[in-house]
Structure formats: C-alpha cells, structure tokens
Design a binder for this molecule. Structure first.
Ligand SMILES: *Cc1c(COP(=O)(O)O)cnc(C)c1O
Length: 320
C-alpha cells in the first residue's frame, strides 16, 4: 500500500525542518508588477540550503528513518540537486550516504556531494542502469532508497515551501510551480489545497519535455523519453503514479515555456532582481513573464526552485 501524503504530513515535515531549513525570502519587483499589471511574489528557494528546495524533501525523508535504517545508510541516484540534498541531510543525521551519479556529471556537482561526506559511485549513462544499481545496494547492503520525487515524505517536505509562501502572502489567485517528476508540485498542491483552496495552481514544464501536460490531456501517464531543454532539473521522462494522481486531482493545469523564455527569465533575475537562478528554477517565472496565462489584476505566487548553475554556463546564458 502506497501512503498517499496529506497536509498532515506537510505539517509534520515543517516541524522537522523548523530549525534546520531556511525560511526563504519572498521577493518582488515593482517594475515587473507594473509591466504585468499584477502582483507577483517569488518564493526564493535558490536561497535554501544546497541552493534548492530539494533539501526539504531529502531531510524529511531521512528524518523518518528508524535507527536500524540509519545505521545501514541511504542510497540515491541523481546528477543534480537531489544528490546534494540527500548528501547534506545524511551528514546532518550522521547516516552513511551513497550517491549514484553519471560519470559525465559536472565536476562541481560531484565535488559538492563528496564534500558533504557522501560516497559517490559513477555509472555510464549508456551502458548501466542506475535504478538497478541502486536496487542492488538496497538488496545486498540493506540501504534505504531515497527517491527524488515519488515518495510521500519527499513530497511532504517539498510542500513546506508553498506552506511558508501562503502563510507569508495569503489570498493568492494563481501559483506557478516548476515541474519535473512532480514532487514539488504535488507538495505545493497539498499545501495550497489546505491553506488556500481557491488558488489556481499550475505546474510549468519545458516545452521540449511536456510529458505532464500530455499526461493530463490523455488521462494517463505519457512518457517523453528524450526531453530536450536547458532546464536540466526537469528532464524526468514521466510522472509517477503517485505524483500523477495528485496532479490530476488538484492541479488547475500544466503550462509550458521555451528555452528562449527561460534564458530571458534568468537574465531578468540577474539584471532586475540581482539573484542567481538556474534554468529549471526559472520555469514558473517564465510562465508569468511571457504570458502563458492572463495575470492582469491577479496576485501570483511563483516558486523559484533553485540556483545551482555551473558558472561557465551561467556566463554564457547571461550574454546569449
Ligand atoms: C528537482 C527540481 C525541480 C523539479 O522538481 P520535481 O519534484 O522533480 O518536479 C525543479 N527545480 C529544481 C531547481 C530542481 O532541482
């Protein structure tokens, strides 16, 4: 039986995270508000520990383990923010962590994960199956797998960001949330449904990987096997049954944005708001800036999900 997360789980996660996670700032831009004729509130998870909201879910998942599970350690597969989230959470709980990363992952990401004390196992994207590798650690060494999005405690942890946002800024008309595998959106939906049921919540995914949009349209999970976008944190080929059912039940819809719009949004954040946001972190904001839906006269919440971007790539994107 899969445990379906509820708002109760988000409250528990918030209690776990209270002294450990940052309550990230909510920023706004007068210029943008004037331009759009709307009030936009950015929940800035690029200022979260490890530079992305994923710390919330990773920490909450580790917090629920019993002492035997903690002794045996955890395993995760990720080349991105989930790797660092699990590595830091494991360090805080003094739990051994094994992170399975592609051999081609950026050196900076591997170094950051190692610096949190995790063991990094590299795999070849083309010849090895990372899920199977992780499964072997689970079966042979008794480790607990911490999945990146399809897990009730991960979803509950991610939901604490929107809980904070809606406590800070109530009466939001619209909420725009970056969407990959749907852990962040699922948690956001549960938080919004409990705290502000009238808020219309949308997931925003890259046009070159619009599997969730297609899934909602067809009423079943659709895979996009080779998603193509600079939003590297949202290239998951498909939602899971758990995230799909929550999204189907509570989301108003799924919007898409192009890579060009993501780049312009990244530049807007740097130039106007003086903040570093990674391409995936720009998804929700790009939908607002480029009119993916009418916002005039509305109060709009936007989750800015992360700020981890390789400096060389960032410099290129700023001057594109
Ligand atoms: C993982 C990630 C996402 C997507 O989150 P899901 O829970 O997979 O939908 C969005 N933005 C950033 C910065 C991420 O790291």
């Amino acid at each position: 039986m899969v445990h379906i997360p509820s708002y109760e789980d988000i409250l528990q996660a918030a209690a776990q995270l209270k002294e450990v996670a940052h309550r990230t700032p909510v920023l706004s831009s007068r210029t943008l508000n004037q331009q759009l004729g709307a009030e936009v509130f950015f929940k800035c998870e690029n200022f979260q520990r490890i530079g992305a909201f994923k710390f919330r879910g990773g920490y909450n998942a580790l917090a629920q383990l019993n002492s035997e599970q903690r002794q045996r350690g955890v395993v995760a597969f990720s080349s991105g923010n989930h790797a660092q989230a699990v590595a830091l959470a494991a360090q805080l709980f003094q739990v051994p962590a094994t992170i399975i990363m592609p051999a081609t992952a950026p050196a900076a990401k591997k170094a950051a994960t190692l610096a949190y004390g995790a063991r990094v196992i590299e795999y070849d994207r083309f010849t090895q199956d990372r899920e199977q590798m992780a499964q072997e650690f689970v079966e042979k060494e008794g480790m607990t797998l911490i999945p990146p999005f399809s897990h009730p405690h991960v979803i509950a942890g991610q939901g604490t960001a929107v809980k904070e946002l809606l406590e800070t800024v109530p009466d939001m008309d619209v909420l725009l949330v970056p969407l990959g595998g749907g852990g962040l959106l699922s948690g956001s939906l549960l938080a919004a449904h409990a705290l502000s049921p009238a808020t219309a919540v949308y997931g925003v995914e890259p046009e070159g990987g619009n599997d969730a949009q297609q899934s909602l349209a067809q009423g079943q999970i659709v895979r996009v096997d080779y998603p193509n976008s600079i939003a590297d944190g949202a290239l998951t080929p498909a939602l899971s049954p758990l995230t799909f059912s929550l999204i189907q039940q509570y989301a108003k819809g799924v919007l898409t944005v192009t890579d060009t719009q993501l780049i312009k949004t990244l530049q807007f954040f740097a130039e106007r708001m003086k903040i570093v946001v990674e391409p995936t972190g720009c998804l929700g904001a790009a939908a607002a800036l480029f009119g993916a839906l009418p916002l005039q006269g509305k109060r709009v919440g936007v989750v800015v999900s992360g700020g981890n971007v390789d400096l060389t790539q960032y410099a290129q994107l700023l001057t594109t």
